[in-house]
Design a protein around this ligand. Structure first.
Ligand code: Q9C
Ligand code: ZN
Length: 342
């Protein structure tokens, strides 16, 4: 299978994050993508091509256009305000505060358009975000033009980004933009199967009231894990979207025996929906040695995930999401893809 990958991801680097009680180098760092790229070459998965440039017109259908303009302008405004280093928010319009008036200051705006401190900005962030978005759409084009599958090696990831908020290392929701693009090309139904360790709260929010995109999430129970405030089993969609969102939260310490049962349920949900296209939000932070996660999958489990997904016999777009054990991220992510091709 072909991989779409842009070296421009590397501009999103040198940023720090707030890790519970201290500021640390961001876990979501350039070497993640480079380890995956190296593994693709080592196993000969297929050609690696650079994305075509795409406009933001599809992105504007799943994100608030003002949010996208914010993403582009935030770092220059941060600098213009006399700040430097990593731009991150420290105040958010939660519950009783006003979420209907956009502040004019950069300190206000950066919190207004985020749900956590985890999507941080440096000088090269917007260009990297654009390139990641372009990779998703270029890989989607490969599937649309008849390839059975393609891999969008996206960095930064996307599934925590919602219609008008960044968070969890995510800015543009690459999988959501690709889903919208497939619909615009004539697909009637698209399924997004999110196997990242964390609940894809952004993807859920974007499609929560829609029936043309089914969202199936396999993840750590938000009662104990990030993003903490979405991803419970009773979130089934609303209005026209009722019945098209499915959450399969799992306990701390879940290993293949538990995780594969959830995958089996996810398989059945996707299969029953009879989508025209499948998008896999591919996170490999379910790995036993992931530094920020608490599941227990081992490297031999990832090809099994790929083989199971292939049994759906659907045109499939893989979109890279999380995974922070950089030494093994390539083995595990590419393991899913080689398993799919077996
Ligand atoms: N500071 C994705 O996997 N919490 N995002 C990290 C350590 C945020 C994960 C806790 C995790 C976000 C795409
Ligand atoms: Zn994750």
């Amino acid at each position: 299978m072909k991989t779409v990958f842009s070296p421009r991801h590397a501009g999103h680097s040198g940023n720090v994050e707030l890790d519970t009680n201290e500021i640390v180098p961001a876990y979501e760092k350039p070497s993640r993508a480079e380890f995956i790229r190296a593994r693709i070459e080592a196993v000969g998965l297929g050609p690696i091509v650079e994305p075509q440039a795409h406009g933001l017109e599809t992105a504007r259908k799943v994100h608030d256009p003002a949010y996208l303009e914010f993403l582009e302008s935030v770092y220059p405004e941060w600098l213009a305000a006399g700040r430097s280093g990593t731009a991150m928010p420290y105040v958010w319009p939660t519950r009783a505060l006003r979420a209907d008036v956009v502040p004019t200051s950069i300190e206000g705006k950066i919190g207004f358009y985020a749900f956590d401190a985890g999507a941080t900005f440096v000088a090269g962030t917007w260009d990297a975000v654009r390139s990641s978005h372009d990779s998703a759409l270029s890989a989607a084009s490969l599937v649309e033009s008849g390839e059975p599958a393609a891999f969008a090696l996206c960095r930064p990831p996307g599934h925590h980004a919602g219609s008008n908020f960044a968070g969890g290392y995510c800015f543009i929701n690459n999988a959501a933009v690709a889903a919208q693009w497939f619909l615009d090309q004539g697909a009637k139904r698209v399924s997004i199967l999110d196997v990242d360790y964390h609940h894809g709260n952004g993807t859920q929010e974007i499609f929560y009231r829609r029936s043309d995109v089914q969202v199936v999430n396999l993840h750590a129970d938000p009662l104990f894990e990030y993003p903490h405030f979405l991803g419970h089993a009773d979130e089934g969609g609303e209005g026209a979207g009722e019945g098209f969102n499915h959450n399969l939260p799992m306990a701390r310490g879940t290993d293949w025996s538990g995780w594969s049962k959830a995958l089996e349920r996810g398989f059945k949900l996707v299969s029953d929906y009879t989508p025209d296209v499948l998008i896999v939000s591919l996170g490999v932070d379910t790995f036993e040695r992931d530094p920020i996660s608490q599941f227990k999958l081992v490297s031999d489990d990832y090809p099994k995930i790929g083989r199971e997904i292939a049994r759906l016999r659907l045109p499939t777009l893989f979109v890279m999401e999380g995974g922070y054990a950089v030494e093994e991220i390539g083995i595990n992510a590419v393991g899913v893809l080689t398993g799919f091709e077996d």
